[in-house]
Design a protein around this ligand. Sequence first.
Ligand code: RIB
Length: 311
Amino acid sequence: MSKKILIVGSANMDLSMNMYKVPAAGETLVDDGGVAYVPGGKGANSAVAFARLGAESVFCAKLGADLHGQKLYQYYKELGVNTSYVKVDRENPTGLAVVMKESDGSNRIVVYPGANANLTTDNVAEAFECKPDALYIGFEVPFAIAVAAAKMASARGIPIFVDAAPADKEYPLENLPPVEIFSPNETETLEYTGILPQGADSSLRAALNLFKRVKCRYLVIKQGSRGAFIYDGRHYSFVPAMKAGEVVDTTAAGDAFTAAMTLKYLENSGEITTAVKYGTAAGALTVTRRGASQAIPTADEVEALLLSGGR
Ligand code: RIB
């Protein structure tokens, strides 16, 4: 039976711009590399990932009463995401992210939260009606709402998974109840700990720092093209990245990774290495395609890459 995941998170329309380089302060660039509005938002990207990977994906989020909101709502429905708890904010526009993508596929993102900032604890409490097998949260909605969702899950004995993005060193991470997996990427780890995790030594130092503040069974630090670092409080290991083709756009790769890892972890009774490998394959495929959630692979595609061993 498929797992039912409740995702409490953000929904954005992404203004995705290709450029050969991002402009420096005071500089104006004219670049016809391409521009498009595409469905994004860390929460929504994860909700789409769960649906594409075969889970029952229940999304709790807030959209504005505008054209972007209507388009996103329709898109989620078409992909089979349960939108029963996607609410409309009549006062604020749908979240908007400006994604500046350079020719090597790397990106810089600025998010205007809009309606995401108005997700309430009542909205979240209502969503627990769906009786999920797991809660998945990110921090692109107010941190206090993410913590409230985690506490509701904890009170019901529901396992909690955290994609710890975006990061802010001021977040009181210790307010989170115990979670299964806490997963920041490298830059988020730097923001939380002051340590850039680049090899075993710095990754372990960052992990020890985070373990003092976050009660988690596993910490998984995503490290992009290098892979992912796993720490359980006693042992660490490293799963190398896979290659699925040419990197064209890294947007949503972390979202796909964390969602895929979470699902495999739940399906496989908490076997962390297999789960991280599965996440790695999902991320590797995502970076070979343009856009945010539209780039996220299906379960068949991930399985095929894992069978082939990647390129
Ligand atoms: O993780 C990628 C996402 O970050 C983008 O889709 C953008 O909306 C921001 O939320």
